[in-house]
Design a protein around this ligand. Structure first.
Ligand code: GAL
Length: 423
């Protein structure tokens, strides 16, 4: 009898040991699902390489759906999540895109315990953690902070056209006429989502940060005079673009290429464009390309954050937790961000290795500390996925009709349907 008990104890201890060992060194297959495909891929690949050196027994599957801003990706993710076939971890923006979609539907695990274990309450800014929080739980791990609405240009090209970087919308319209006269596209846009990105940037310029915030929280009506004014101004900016020419067929990289190649003078894009120009095109920030705040948005930083979470029913939970720990570490954030064109979400990562961060990234890190912050619409912070999806039609209505009243009214309906804009 004694022998039997001893044997059982030994077997049980063995099992406990096996589980502990499994925690320490995960194995099996880990599917990381994102839209960072092709020339958007190097930063993610660096992170996966680092993971693979740490966890050689895990086979990482880098599954991607091509298409900027995740517009194609989200449709595939929806099918998988609703079908009970979640990837181990997937890319999702901080804010409403996370909390208003899969968290509210109870399809994500609460990661508060991981934040406690890893000391992340001190590592990430509280304002960012708030955007990952829903009803007291924290639902994803941020790998970066990106800046939206940056005005990119080539200093040498502007010089050859004898134009300056505009600081007000009026200066921009004057520059626009000069450039048109020279046969240059003043401002290049691409496929639909890049036009929404431009719209949010113009809205911020016209409204200012207080009213911009109020629009998303219910303090400013989509049909107010101020909002009619946003659409009026958006129309004037659109008249300086290629919207009625080749825009719909251009990815954000191709639109950036048009600016780099000199067919266009300016591009309004997030700072993944800096990652693309530096990492992929091998251009030097501050020399080969320049950047500034879009006219009228000086001192305001439109932020967004790429995060990854743990879906309920993730096939390889241990390997996923190890992945999330790496994402939130100084080492992980410093492997990823210098290549991506973004800055770490952690407060202590840049100072741990400042030499990794080029002049653009240093300037973004400084602005992130000092500027007034507002959340991006297109990149998931201030409105939920349904609103962003349907807003494409509002933009179409405006582009077809050029009626600010029609666009304002359509926007109001979409706000109500999606339960966005504080409605
Ligand atoms: C954003 C994303 C960036 C970048 C960009 C272009 O939504 O946050 O990391 O991938 O789309 O695809």
């Amino acid at each position: 009898m004694k022998l039997r008990i001893a044997l059982i104890v030994v077997v049980l201890l063995g099992l406990v040991g096996a589980v502990a060992a499994q925690d320490a060194t995960p194995g099996g297959r880990l599917e990381i699902f994102s839209w960072w495909a092709g020339d958007e891929g190097p930063a993610l690949e660096a992170l996966i390489d680092l993971y693979s050196t740490k966890y050689p027994d895990v086979e990482v599957v880098n599954a991607t759906v091509t298409g900027g801003a995740g517009v194609n990706f989200r449709a595939v993710l929806k099918t998988r999540m609703l079908g009970g076939n979640p990837p181990d971890s997937f890319q999702v923006h901080a804010g409403q895109e996370l909390t208003g979609t899969w968290v509210v539907a109870h399809r994500m695990e609460d990661l508060t315990w991981l934040y406690e274990e890893e000391g992340w309450f001190d590592a990430f800014p509280q304002g960012l953690i708030d955007q990952l929080t829903y009803e007291g739980g924290i639902y994803s791990v941020p790998v970066n902070i990106h800046r939206a609405g940056v005005l990119w240009y080539r200093p040498a090209n502007l010089e050859s056209w004898a134009v300056e970087v505009p600081t007000t919308l009026d200066e921009f319209y004057a520059t626009c006429e000069t450039l048109k006269g020279l046969g240059v596209t003043p401002l290049v846009v691409g496929e639909a989502w890049t036009v929404i990105h431009l719209w949010e940037t113009v809205a911020l310029s016209v409204l200012g940060p207080d009213n911009y915030d109020a629009l998303w929280t219910g303090g400013l009506s989509p049909t107010s005079d101020e909002m009619v004014g946003v659409w009026d101004e958006f129309g004037k900016v659109l008249d300086c673009t290629n919207i009625s020419e080749d825009a719909a067929g251009l990815s954000w990289q191709q639109a950036t290429d048009a600016m780099v190649g000199g067919d266009a003078a300016f591009n309004v894009m997030g700072d993944w464009a800096a990652g693309y120009m530096t990492t992929t095109l091998d251009l030097t920030p501050g020399e080969d390309y320049g950047w500034t705040d879009f006219p009228g948005t000086d001192g305001v930083f439109t932020w967004l954050s790429d995060t990854f979470g743990l879906p309920v029913g993730a096939p390889n939970r241990d390997a996923t937790v190890a992945w999330l720990k790496l994402l939130g570490s100084v080492e992980g954030e410093n492997a990823f961000n210098p290549l991506k064109g973004s800055i770490p979400a952690r407060l202590d990562a840049v100072e741990a290795a400042p030499d990794l961060y080029n002049t653009y990234l240093q300037s973004a890190a400084e602005d992130w500390q000092n500027d007034r912050l507002v959340g991006s619409l297109m990149h998931g912070v201030v409105a939920n996925e349904r609103f962003v999806g349907d807003f494409t039609q509002v933009i179409d209505i405006y582009v077809q009709s050029r009626s600010s009243a029609a666009a304002s009214s359509a926007m109001e309906a979409v706000c109500i349907q999606a339960g966005a804009c504080g409605m």
